[in-house]
Ligand binder design. Structure first.
Ligand SMILES: Nc1nc2c(ncn2[C@@H]2O[C@H](COP(=O)(O)OP(=O)(O)O)[C@@H](O)[C@H]2O)c(=O)[nH]1
Ligand SMILES: [Mg+2]
Length: 292
């Protein structure tokens, strides 16, 4: 059985860093894992591990921009469409890997997660070749400092999840930036310094946008134009009715945190079906669960 872990999320969320950490961890655990780079704009030096398959070997953004005179964004879209037309290339490259874990470092263009057919088509193709596919979606912890930005992130995670229809794990990346904050009560920003506040973001509480919270500015009724009130209310209702989105905290400075995230990935794909199925690790007490 071959396994594909898609690492998705907006640009700068920490996808490539997470891929490298996951590779390190898998290799150290004597598991066979390979990196696949699907980001045509990736900096060749950004990967700690050499990707075994790299979209840049099929088509490079520089060539597209140079020869077709596309701008960077149009050039990227052209690259994705080119890969879709040449999926036999990817299938052939993947053919060499049996019984392996493949980590797909995906591009960060937000349109890929909202409406572009690239990822859904890719997923269907991978599944057709008999791979088990799951997706992770990374949002960086700085999003928690601005609740409006945070909820726009939650909505983009939801839309990507609905679009892709595969087992799905949301990850709050760069938690090291929040934990160092939380040790010093004076340095907390926007009311997310307390663990139980963080828990309200990891398991998004729609009341965060409906009511005043922490030290951040007033509630939506006073801080936004009245013409948005009905829309805001509808978003609160949507999140309440579809509690699909919760986040696993990822703190790369803690090996346990990575191990916990990996155990959830393994579990959603039923990795190692010959073995006893394993329950994912529970979060430890200190890991931002709401202890009330
Ligand atoms: N503090 C902190 N910074 C991180 C972490 N992961 C990534 N970064 C930084 O965030 C930036 C974007 O990371 P990258 O992995 O390239 O994001 P990508 O665009 O999603 O692939 C880089 O400057 C990284 O050094 C993390 O866990 N903690
Ligand atoms: Mg990257």
């Amino acid at each position: 059985m071959r396994y594909a872990v898609l690492v998705c999320g907006p640009a700068g969320a920490g996808k490539s860093t997470f891929c490298g950490a996951l590779m390190n961890h898998l290799v150290a655990s004597k598991r066979t894992a390979h990196l696949v780079n699907l980001d045509p704009a990736a900096n060749p030096e950004s990967h700690e591990y050499e990707p075994v398959i790299d979209i840049r070997d099929l088509i490079s953004l520089e060539d597209v921009m140079g020869e077709l005179e596309y701008g960077p964004n149009g050039g990227l879209v052209y690259c994705f469409e080119y890969l879709l037309e040449n999926m036999d290339w990817l299938e052939e490259e993947l053919g060499e890997y049996e019984n392996d874990y493949l980590i797909f470092d995906c591009p960060g263009q937000i349109e890929l997660y909202t409406h572009h057919p690239f990822l859904p088509t890719l997923v269907r193709d991978l599944q057709r070749t008999g791979m088990r596919v799951c997706s992770t979606y990374l949002l960086e912890s700085q999003f928690m400092e601005d609740k409006y930005k945070f909820f726009s992130g939650v909505l983009s995670a939801m839309s990507a999840m609905v679009n892709l229809e595969v087992p799905w794990i949301n990850i709050m990346s760069k938690m090291d930036l929040v934990t160092s904050n939380s040790e010093d009560p004076a340095s907390g920003r926007n009311g997310i310094r307390k663990r139980k506040d963080i828990a309200r973001y990891l398991d998004p509480d729609p009341l965060l946008i409906a009511a005043p919270f922490g030290e951040s500015s007033g509630d939506l009724a006073t801080s936004t134009n009245p013409r948005f009130h009905a829309l805001n209310q509808a978003i609160v209702q949507l999140i309440e009715d579809h509690p699909l989105v919760s986040f696993l905290p990822l703190d790369l400075s803690s090996p346990d945190s990575l191990e916990t995230v990996l155990s959830h990935i393994d579990y959603t794909m039923q990795y190692g079906e010959d073995e006893e199925p394993k329950e994912p690790h529970d979060l430890d007490e200190g890991d931002f669960v709401d202890m009330e």
